[in-house]
Design a protein around this ligand. Structure first.
Ligand SMILES: O=C(CO)COP(=O)(O)O
Length: 135
């Protein structure tokens, strides 16, 4: 089964995520891609790839991606969040990042980490890291 990757960016970080995704399109095309609403719309247009779009972040999209994690259905999160501007849904953002730690899901919050994760030879290895069993 294809791995599922989530891509999310706050408004000031969207250009950075889109550029990063375009640079890694060949790799990303091998996976099922999901995203919060606005990010997903921009990504599917820029990449010309299918992207499952959840709700926009402030309307619950972060929580929908969090639910995927809790169900054991997300393999990595690329979340370029904005450290310089407060968001109305900061608690949702924190909750999403928290679930990545709870469930040991790889999460990249900036381009440097995203590069390292996606270029890791272990990224495609089914035993790449310890999966926490879903209770
Ligand atoms: O707010 C977001 C993540 O917290 C992103 O949501 P959008 O992709 O809908 O802008």
């Amino acid at each position: 089964m294809k791995k599922t990757l989530a891509l999310v960016a706050h408004d000031h970080k969207k250009p950075e995520l889109i550029d990063w995704a375009k640079a890694h399109k060949t790799i990303l095309a091998k996976y099922k891609l999901v995203a919060t609403g606005t990010t997903g719309g921009l990504l599917s247009e820029a990449l010309d790839l299918p992207v499952l779009k959840y709700k926009s972040g402030p309307l619950g999209g972060d929580q929908q991606i969090g639910a995927l994690i809790a169900e054991g259905s997300l393999d990595a999160l690329f979340f370029f969040w904005d450290p310089l501007n407060p968001a109305p849904h900061d608690p949702d953002v924190k909750a999403l990042l928290r679930l990545c730690s709870v469930w040991n899901v790889p999460v990249a919050c900036n381009e440097a980490t995203a590069d390292l994760i996606i270029s890791s030879p272990r990224f495609d290895d089914p035993n790449q890291y310890r999966k926490i069993p879903v209770y």
